[in-house]
Design a protein around this ligand. Structure first.
Ligand code: MN
Length: 750
């Protein structure tokens, strides 16, 4: 049996190793350092070296090499300054050695002590078995005291991951899990893209080693071909860019990370060979801050002169930077051999932020952004603060989910009616938007107009949407609202509004019950409420009392009791089954769907059920045609009507009777005739006009139900009612009429 021992390094070699690492760290620091910083860094190094003297890492190296390397990462890869270096050097001292926090406070001052304290607390979370939600809250809370805590922690984690090989496999898996749920998303959110990518790659290597090596191998095999392609792509651009811009430009081909290739293979179910965008072309300009936006667009113009762009892929993160400070102009073009190539255009400054995070540029270098960029990071920290303040209202699982969807997700940029931009997490709805304006706007939100169209409050926001919230002071949040929102703010406000509402109802219900109990049994509520709640089938007293207020409880059941002192006792033999809350709910609040026809092929689905269940008809105010966006409205007298979402009445119906509105969708194509009226205007240049229009429409196989025309002075206005099968056919007719020279406009009438 042979035992593998970790190599023992001789003290002399140790010293040389340590000195070399330390000198290397100093070399990375932006020079010149002032005397105080120089002194502090030296002192921190000496204190840490002495404190860790006896310790070795799992790999056998002297322990002090770890804090030195963490400090180097802070400077080199995150762009932090001298204070962070001091803290990084000291980051494991309090946790692992005899040095106390007070000692650090006395020698290095309060800011350093605060950061080291934060790092020590974060460290204690390593081995703890506490749930992830708790860990995450801890990380975020410390981050709020000073962002550097988390940034140094990132460097610490990065070095530990880079050297993870010496850890036992089960520890590796645990660290990988924690890294991918907490640190990788956090790195993303802090804009530390390079570090995030490395986190993900190392985690993948731990959790899926075979996949990792297979992709790495294939990337290596295709490297030459890729480089040749990038060269071919660059060649025509270089001269033109130089001529047009007159500044230094670097064009690089950047391969996608192994993790991102892997997740694409997974989610898109494709082979490595089928992924066309294994790399992106990055064009980096050396240009002054005031010219960078113009210059980037100039580059865009040159690139698209040579390669055809795909307009949908154009993303302008320069005009609207991401909330983590990321700025860049992205597009995809069709490159040589007809392949899609992603192109990223940015200045050196933007590239720096993209690689090392906004933090580097934020407070500590004294560099301020321009205009709205200035507080891009602060905004996010406020959001974190806001979310943390509301912790405790939900379960830890809810909290983790809220966080992931809010603070870690991509975002959408939308606008208020006044053109003010709001940034919300991807997947946010119109209701989230309402809450982001003000909680009162959220809780009283009745309906919304998106780009002037009435939409449901659960509408998922798209980039560029303009949103107008219609409020009504009589509106109250309901439990379904929780499903319509993703932001933590909206969720918390809805939950607390619901609780408040329930408490208000419960107080009312209590009064009602009190009166009944006094009249019937002369006994108090307090002693009997829990028992009665249980007897009537409610989970607790709050639910029971509020249901009473909503008249959802048949209190005649109280007759099955007699009073025994202050307590009620059930009378034996008289027990009738307690009425369930469902059955006694008043019928008029939600119309019960009655099957009227046999379900078969439905042309419309209402609330996911065949429309025939509802005996619906089409509203004559807007005449929906198959293909139009629609909703169903449960009328008081006329039954269920299908309206178009653009119907002029829709806004009023949605605003005043939202509870009567049901979701409606078109079913599979079923032959049906719809009437749609179009308005045609134009120049009346003779008696042939009507003839030509009707001939055209008839030739398309469309019947005309009515045609009225009026006009004067050579101008005509015609109203034509057409019988069409669907919106496609209608739009064909509209396009065809527009082609007539004498026609000025054709539009569908609302
Ligand atoms: Mn450490």
């Amino acid at each position: 049996m042979t035992q593998v021992k970790s190599p023992v390094i001789l003290p002399k070699e140790d010293t040389a190793l340590i000195q070399r690492a330390y000198r290397n760290l100093l070399k990375c620091m932006p020079m010149p350092l002032n005397a105080e910083d120089q002194h502090n860094i030296r002192a921190a190094f000496e204190l840490a070296a002495k404190a860790h003297q006896e310790q070795r890492r799992k790999s056998g190296e002297p322990y002090i090499l770890h804090p030195i390397e963490v400090a180097r990462i802070c400077v080199d890869e995150i762009g932090l300054g001298p204070t962070a270096v001091v803290c990084a050097l000291l980051h494991d001292v309090v946790e692992d050695t005899d040095v106390s926090l007070k000692q650090i406070h006395d020698q290095f001052g309060k800011p350093v002590a605060l950061i080291v304290d934060g790092l020590t607390k974060l460290d204690s979370l390593h081995d703890s078995e506490s749930p992830q939600a708790e860990n995450l809250t801890k990380v975020l809370r410390t981050m709020l005291s000073d962002v550097r805590v988390v940034l140094i922690k990132m460097a610490d984690r990065l070095h530990n991951l880079r050297t993870i090989k010496s850890m036992p496999p089960h520890k590796q898996l645990k660290i990988a899990a924690e890294t991918s749920t907490i640190y990788a998303p956090l790195a993303h959110r802090l804009g530390l893209y390079k570090i995030k990518t490395e986190f993900q790659d190392i985690c993948l290597k731990i959790t899926h080693p075979e996949d990792y090596h297979e992709i790495a191998e294939k990337l290596a095999q295709t490297k030459r071909a890729r480089e040749q392609y990038i060269e071919a792509f660059k060649r025509p651009l270089q001269r033109a860019l130089k001529k047009q811009l007159g500044c230094t430009i670097r064009i690089i081909g950047r391969p996608k990370s192994i993790y991102s290739i892997w997740s694409k293979i997974r989610t898109k179910q494709v082979d490595f060979e089928d992924i066309y965008d294994l790399f992106a072309i990055r064009i980096i300009l050396e240009v002054s801050a005031d010219r960078e936006k113009v210059a980037c667009w100039q580059v865009y113009a040159v690139v698209t002169d040579f390669y055809k762009p795909i307009p949908e892929r154009l993303k302008d993160w320069i005009t609207n930077p991401k909330a983590n400070g990321y700025e860049s102009l992205h597009t995809s073009v069709i490159g040589p051999q007809g392949r899609f190539v992603e192109v990223q255009i940015r200045s050196v400054r933007m590239d720096e932020i993209a690689e090392r995070g906004f933090a580097a540029h934020w407070k500590y270098k004294g560099v301020r952004g321009i205009g709205h960029r200035a507080n891009v990071f602060e905004n996010w920290l406020n959001q974190v603060r806001d979310t943390l303040e509301n912790v405790g209202s939900g379960s830890p699982v809810e909290f983790l989910a809220d966080f992931q969807s809010n603070l870690f997700s991509e975002e959408v940029h939308v606008f208020t009616p006044k053109g003010e931009m709001k940034i919300l997490p991807e997947g946010a709805t119109a209701l989230d938007f309402a809450f982001s304006i003000h909680s009162d706007v959220g809780t009283t939100c009745r309906a919304v107009r998106i780009n002037n169209r009435v939409e449901r409050i659960s509408y998922k926001l798209q980039n560029g949407d303009q949103i107008q919230v219609i409020t009504d002071k009589n509106q109250h949040p309901s439990t379904d609202w929780l499903q319509y929102v993703v932001t933590a703010k909206a969720k918390n406000r809805i939950r607390s509004a619901l609780k408040e509402e329930k408490r208000r109802l419960a107080a009312l219900g209590r009064e009602i019950l009190e009166r009944k109990l006094q009249n019937l049994h002369k006994c108090p509520v307090e002693e009997n409420a829990d028992m009665l709640a249980h007897w009537f089938g409610f989970p607790n007293r709050l639910e029971f009392l509020s249901a009473i207020a909503l008249e959802q409880v048949d209190l005649s059941g109280l007759k099955s009791f007699r009073a025994d002192g202050t307590r009620l006792v059930e009378v034996e033999g008289e027990k009738a089954p307690p009425p369930s809350a469902e059955e006694s709910r008043p019928a008029d609040t939600s119309p019960a769907p009655k099957p009227l026809k046999q379900p078969g092929k439905a042309d419309v689905f209402i609330n996911g059920e065949p429309g025939s269940y509802y005996a619906y008809s089409f509203a004559t105010c807007c005449n929906p045609v198959q293909g139009d966006p629609i909703f169903a409205y449960v009328g008081a007298k006329e039954g269920v009507k299908i309206h178009r979402t653009t119907c002029p009445n829709a806004a009023f119906l949605l605003a005043n009777y939202e509870y009567r509105v049901l979701k409606a969708e078109w079913g599979a194509m079923v032959k049906a005739d719809f009437v749609a009226t179009i308005l045609v205007t134009g120049i009346d240049d003779g008696p042939g006009v009507i003839q030509q229009i009707t001939d055209k429409i008839s030739s398309m196989g469309i019947n005309i139900r009515s045609f009225s025309i009026s006009g004067e002075g050579g101008y005509f206005e015609g109203r034509i009612s057409l019988v069409v099968g669907n919106t496609d056919q209608l739009n064909q007719a509209i396009r065809a009429l527009k082609n007539f020279k004498f026609v000025a406009s054709v539009s569908r009438m609302e």
